[in-house]
Structure formats: C-alpha cells, structure tokens
Design a protein around this ligand. Structure first.
Ligand SMILES: [Fe+2]
Ligand SMILES: [Fe+2]
Length: 473
C-alpha cells in the first residue's frame, strides 16, 4: 500500500517510474478539470464529511473524515488478484487470464475502457450545480461523495489506459478531460450522460437508474479475461453500491413525503403540490424518463460487437459464475422484433443478444427497488403503484428506437404519442414545478426541505443532524 504517495495506490506505482511520471503529469490536468467542472461553489470554503478509499480490503477499505473537495485523495486501487484465475466465458474459457492486453483485442479493450471512463467525469459535470439547491446537508454530503468517487473511477480507467495502451492510452486519458457533458461539439460518448440533471429528483433517479447501469457494466467487465480490468472494476463496484443507495433512498424519501401528505389530507384525490411536495404521477414521469434513457446505455438488442466481446473473453455477463453454461453457443434468445408495425418473435443467437441479457438482469434489479417504494406507499395506506414502463418505451437505441410505444409497450400512432407524451415523461411545466421547490437550498444541520422525508439514519453511524458539510470560517 502506498498511501502517502502523491497518488495513493495499491499497485506499487513507485516501482514503475515511467507510469508514475505519466500519471503525475495527468494529475494536475485532472485537478484543473475538477475545479472547472466539479461541484460549483464548493471547492475552497467547505469541509465535507467524506469516505476515502484507502485499500481494497473488504473489511476496512474506507476512511471517513472532513475533506476540502480538491484535497480529496483520489487513488488507484485494484481488488486483490485471484491466484490462477482463468477466463470464465467465451472462446477462451478455462485459459489463464491476461495480465497484458492481447494485441488482437487492443482496440476493443481500449474502446470498452474509454466508454466506461467517459461516463465517470460526465456525471460529475451533470451534477455540478446541485449543491446550490440541496435539500439538506446530509444530501449535500452524499452528492459530493458520489462526485468524488466518480472522479476516482475516472482515475481507475485512466490508470489502465496509461499502463497498458501506450501513446494512444495517454491521448485517450487527455480526451476524457476534454469532452463535456451536453456540449454540442464535444459531448460525452453516451446519451444519458449528456442529459441535464437540473434538480434533485433527476439526481435521485439518475443515481438509481443510471448508476445501476454502471453497476451492470462493471459486473460484466469484472468478468473480463483482461485481469487488470477485472480487478479494477471489481473494486469500483464496492463504491458504486453507495451511489445506488443514494438513489433508492432518495426516491423513497420523495415518495414517503408525498405519502405522508396524502395520508394527512385524506387520500389520493388530494393534490400534494398544494403543500409543496412532489406528487406521485410526477415521480412516475421522472422514473419513466430515467429508466428509458438508462436502458439505452446497454446498446442494441442485437449486436455483433457484444457477441465479439463475449466470444473474446473481454466482457462477460453479470454473475457469470452462477450460470450453468459459459460459451453461449447453440443457444438462442427469443426476441420481440417490431417490423413495419408488426411484432415477430425472432430467435437471436445468444452471443448477439448479450446486451439484452445484461439488460434483463438490470431490469430485475430495478424492479426490486420499485417494489420497495411501493411497499412504502402501502405502509401509508396509499393505493398507488409506481411501475417500470415497458423496455420499448421512449427508446433512442436498438430495435425499438424512435417508435411510439406507450408505457405498457403497445405501439401507438405518432399523433397519440404527441398528445400523451406529457403524461408519460416530465413536461416543461413539471420541470419548472420541481425546480421551484428547490429554489431555496437547506444548509442548516438536521433540517430537511419540505418536499422530502428525513432519512432513516445518518452516514457512518453519525446522526441525521450531524454537520455533514461545514463552512470554513
Ligand atoms: Fe462510477
Ligand atoms: Fe456511480
């Protein structure tokens, strides 16, 4: 462990001078990017109660303390190597994993790493204005925790690029700091990472749905036959869990606040907006939006790229070891394909359906969270259910792209879509309403904005009223 180095790490960076110098050269550029695109207004005069990764040991990898954001110790941590690890799927099943990039897969691996790496700074950029409209210090701290860890995930990918991809890797590492979320000329690579996140309902939905896409991508990459990638992503998953916790409990608290008000006022026919909270139909619209744009991140349903990644042992399936069979040959995925308004079942060779297989796992995982939200509504006696829309709804990528499906997955006319769209995804008025609730930030310890319930407990055993963010005198 090299914790006191310029770049904390568990990869013996000091024994590789060239790599160390290259990363120390990238570090100030990263910090410039962080100051320019990281949390706006919270760089120099605030101390945040944050956890910092100090090892990849399951029992004690995190250290909690007050930190000024630019002083955060972004480090490089890989999960411990597995002795004699072999490739768990595809054409190289059972062969020893690679410690170096196989020449023939160099471009594919670089593409996978850059695509993952690009999402990390993108989300920091998307969320940079949220501190100024935060609903509590507890939430403010969680936002910054997510942000610094996405920064560390960028470090994780940049480490791989620098250590295994030579000059192209260094160029890609620079480019990761140059693209900008939502920028017309130099956007981030993937759609959802260019969508604006202007309020905290967006943020909670994003951390629930979009960070969960991250979880599934990382699960698939943690299976990789390229061992450094597997070990890096494995440790990233540990941090990722908190991001989804922030999303799930965040939406839960929005839902709970609505339920409290509905119960007090006497039932579902009442309008919680009159009491300054977010009504459940609006929550459903945000859910529809962020679920559908996150589904797109998995890529096309039928994909020869996905087939090649799997065949070549570069990207597996989630929980590959729990599956009975690991080559996915002579197997088929029955898929509903829509051509000229008619559905047919097509048997897609399993390897070509790998994106859809991963998406299936993701959707099940999302459903578990939605069930918990609905359980909360039931506890309050509110007869309303949030639901995941059909995977066909509001898609921009794949076989359902740009076709008008209603949330139940029924193909409708373009006219009907135009008429109903504002019932299904947030309208401008919904956005303005949600934004208006957050006009005043809440910076007093223990106080919560009116539109969301208090969390059940604080962070790291601290009380909810703890001063999670302090202003420097
Ligand atoms: Fe991440
Ligand atoms: Fe994340």
């Amino acid at each position: 462990m090299e914790l006191n180095e310029k770049i904390p790490n568990n990869v013996s960076l000091s024994s590789n001078r060239r790599l160390q110098r290259a990363l120390e050269h990238w570090q100030p550029r990263y910090l410039d990017w962080w100051r320019e695109m990281g949390p706006d207004g919270f760089q120099d005069h605030h101390q945040i109660y944050l956890r910092t990764a100090i090892s990849a040991d399951a029992k004690g990898w995190a250290h909690f303390d007050y930190v000024q954001l630019p002083e955060y110790r972004w480090g490089i941590f890989l999960a411990a190597p597995v002795e004699e690890r072999t490739i768990g799927f595809g054409d190289f099943l059972g062969k020893p994993v690679w410690q170096d990039v196989p020449g023939e897969f160099r471009n594919s691996l670089r593409r996978l790493i850059v695509t993952q790496g690009d999402t990390e700074p993108a989300s920091v950029e998307q969320q940079r204005e949220l501190g100024k409209i935060c609903p509590s210090l507890y939430d403010l701290r969680n936002l910054f925790q997510v942000n610094v860890e996405e920064g560390r995930h960028l470090w994780a990918m940049v480490y791989l690029l620098h250590s295994h991809f030579g000059r192209d890797g260094r160029e890609e590492a620079e480019a990761l700091l140059e693209r900008r979320s939502g920028n017309e000329d130099t956007p981030r690579i993937l759609g959802a990472f260019n969508e604006p996140i202007t309020n905290w309902l967006d943020f909670f939905m994003f951390t629930f749905f979009t960070d969960r896409d991250g979880k599934y991508q990382l699960l698939a990459l943690a299976e990789s036959g390229f061992d450094p990638l597997a070990r890096t992503t494995k440790f990233m998953l540990t941090e990722e869990a908190h991001h989804m916790f922030v999303g799930e409990t965040g939406v839960m608290r929005v839902v709970e606040r609505a339920a409290q008000l509905l119960k007090e006022m006497g039932g579902l026919s009442e309008d919680v907006r009159k009491h300054g909270a977010i009504d459940l139909p609006t929550v459903q619209k945000y859910l529809n939006f962020w679920f559908s744009v996150s589904l797109d991140l998995f890529g096309g349903e039928i994909s020869s790229n996905a087939a090649a990644y799997f065949a070549n042992g570069l990207k597996g399936r989630d929980y590959e070891e729990k599956r009975a069979e690991h080559t996915a040959l002579d197997q088929f995925y029955p898929m509903d394909v829509c051509e000229e308004g008619k559905f047919t079942k097509q048997n897609v060779p399993m390897r070509n359906a790998m994106n859809e297989v991963l998406r299936d796992g993701y959707i099940e995982d999302c459903q578990r969270g939605v069930d918990r939200w609905n359980k909360k509504l039931a506890e309050y006696g509110i007869d309303y259910q949030l639901t995941l829309p059909s995977r066909r709804f509001h898609r921009a990528i794949g076989i359902y792209a740009d076709m008008p499906f209603d949330p139940s997955g029924r193909l409708i006319s373009k006219d009907e879509w135009d008429k109903k769209k504002s019932d299904w995804v947030p309208s401008r008025a919904d956005g303005e309403y949600v934004q208006s609730l957050m006009a005043q930030p809440v910076y007093q310890a223990g106080k919560m904005a009116n539109w969301l319930a208090a969390p059940a407990r604080g962070i790291n055993g601290q009380p909810v009223e703890f001063e999670y963010v302090r202003t420097d005198a």
